[in-house]
Structure formats: structure tokens, C-alpha cells
Design a protein around this ligand. Structure first.
Ligand SMILES: [Zn+2]
Length: 304
């Protein structure tokens, strides 16, 4: 996880460095493990796998950092960008699709192919997004696998989690998971009800990652997990996040069983002990939004 830019050092120089900073990339590159790198600093994390076959990119961040992401990829490899994977449809993960895809080339001479679950282009069509952003290489099964840059890559679909089209990407040789927004280290889970997300699917996704991840005992290594937002984690971080969600879900289930309304549940503050760590304050990732999403899923539309 070695930092390869000096953004933090430069930021420490303060106002005098502003003209220099203006020209500096917002994207910082970290080596995660094996063939896999993390590009951080955009609207979402971007994972890049490089090797003799070329480049594979998981998510592309927001449109505003697309050129900076592309430049960062080019510092890792000047090989062809062959494949892209979208973990889900949200714009903060897919806004750079057009730029990155058009900079790449498949063996047939087309822009780099974007792989995703079939719910992803469906959402993009609904939102009138340009066709150049759509993943056209889609699947509808629980799992897909393929081989690239000397290692097996597994894509696991988790319906009704963060959205309806979430996939987790596992690089088996490098032993790195790219979790999309089914694991974030910054805030409470974002359960997007408008995209058919739900708490049960969210927990299923984390349990799937825990089935895959293996910790290293008394040594460096083990499985690393790249979250959709935040810092690189390992199995222990995913366990902590999963346990927090399960505990809050169980508290809210108990309250629902007692006949409490959403307002009653909010007033009882079922997330109180976790709020200092995870509450985003307001909007997505806030305690309020998390409680409401869990409540509505379990009390009104859930599959419990
Ligand atoms: Zn998202």
C-alpha cells in the first residue's frame, strides 16, 4: 500500500503551494497486492489490474476525474486497456466510463469492453445516460469468471444489497477483493431503496466476501479488500462492518416486533454506539438514512 504521489506532502505546504497544487492530479496510486492497484481521490475508489495481457479497470470514479484516472493508469502500464468492470450503476463509480473505455481497445479493435450485471445498463437507460457509458458485456447469473493477466477473476452478483446490480470482484492470484459499495470504510452502508437495495442482500454480500477472504497469521499479506469508498481493509475490517450491520438490523427487528413506528425507532437511536464512527451526518451514509432504509426494508418490503 505504498503511496506513489506526494499529494499529502504538497498539501502540507499550505497556500504558497496553491499554483503547484492546481496542476497536480487529484488521484493517488497505491499498490494493493500482486497485480492490483488502488486509484484513490476521485468520487469513488478505482481498482486497476495490470499485467502482460494489458489492463483491467474496476469502476471509473466520477466524470470530473476521468482524465486524471486515465493518466494514473498510464503510470502503471502502457499496455492496452482491454476490460472494465462496473460494480454497480451509480455515477460516482461509472462517470469515467466513456473516457476510460474509449482510451482502451479490445482484441477486435473496439473500445474497452465494460462488464456488469444486466441491471446496470437497465438503470443507465432509465436515466438517459449516454450509450458510451453503458456496460454492453452483461450477465444475469450469480457468478461469472474469466482469466486475465495470469489469474482467475470472479464476479459475484449480490441482488438487493446496495443496489440491485452489485457485484464483488475477486482477483484470485493477487488475493484482492474489489467490493464496490457493499463495503465502505467511511460511513454507514448506503442502502439505495430507489435502486431496490436492502439490508439482507447487503449482509449476504459481506458474508460472501468473508467466505473468500483469509487473514494472514503473524505475517504480512492475507486477502485485501478495496472498499467503494475509504481505505484498504482486510478480513477483520469486513467482519467489523458486517457485525455492526447485523447488530443494528437485529435491534430494529426487535423494535418492529414491539410495534414501534419509524419515528419511534429513530427516537430510540438503535445506532447510537456506532454513530461516532460511521454517521455521515445527513444524506446517504447518515444514521437517519441507514435506520430508515433498514426499517422500511424489514417492516414494509423486506424478505425477512
Ligand atoms: Zn453506490
Amino acid at each position: 500500500m505504498k503511496r506513489t504521489t506526494s499529494a499529502v506532502v504538497a498539501a502540507g505546504l499550505g497556500l504558497a503551494a496553491a499554483p503547484f497544487l492546481a496542476a497536480q492530479s487529484p488521484i493517488e496510486t497505491y499498490h494493493v497486492q500482486g497485480n492490483v492497484y488502488l486509484l484513490a481521490g476521485g468520487a469513488s475508489n478505482v481498482a486497476v489490474q495490470v499485467g502482460p495481457d494489458g489492463v483491467l479497470v474496476v469502476d471509473t470514479g466520477g466524470e470530473e476525474t476521468a482524465d486524471a484516472v486515465l493518466a494514473a493508469i498510464r503510470t502503471l502500464s502502457d499496455g492496452p486497456i482491454r476490460w472494465m468492470v462496473n460494480t454497480h450503476a451509480h455515477r460516482d463509480h461509472t462517470g469515467g466510463n466513456t473516457t476510460v473505455s474509449q482510451a482502451g481497445v479490445t482484441l477486435n479493435g473496439n473500445p474497452a469492453a465494460i462488464i456488469a450485471h444486466e441491471e446496470v445498463p437497465t438503470r443507465m437507460v432509465e436515466e438517459d445516460r449516454p450509450i458510451t457509458e453503458w456496460p454492453l458485456n452483461t450477465f444475469f447469473e450469480d457468478r461469472r469468471d474469466f482469466y486475465f493477466n495470469g489469474e482467475a477473476i470472479f464476479l459475484y452478483h449480490h441482488p438487493r444489497g446496495h443496489t440491485d446490480g452489485d457485484i464483488v470482484v475477486y482477483f484470485r492470484g493477487s488475493d484482492v477483493l474489489a467490493a464496490g459499495d457493499l463495503f465502505i470504510t467511511t460511513t454507514y452502508p448506503v442502502i439505495d431503496a430507489g435502486y431496490d437495495g436492502g439490508v439482507t442482500g447487503f449482509i449476504d454480500g459481506l458474508n460472501n466476501m468473508l467466505d473468500i477472504a483469509v487473514p494472514a497469521w503473524l505475517q504480512d499479506g492475507g486477502t485485501y479488500v478495496i472498499p467503494g469508498h475509504g481505505r484498504i481493509g482486510d478480513e477483520a475490517d469486513v467482519i467489523e462492518y458486517r457485525d455492526m450491520i447485523v447488530i443494528v438490523r437485529d435491534r430494529i427487528l426487535d423494535m418492529i416486533a414491539k410495534g414501534m413506528s419509524l419515528d419511534d425507532v429513530r427516537a430510540a437511536r438503535p445506532t447510537l454506539d456506532y454513530d461516532p464512527r460511521y454517521d455521515a451526518g445527513d444524506g446517504p451514509g447518515s444514521a437517519d438514512a441507514f435506520i430508515e432504509a433498514v426499517y422500511r426494508d424489514l417492516a414494509e418490503g423486506g424478505d425477512q
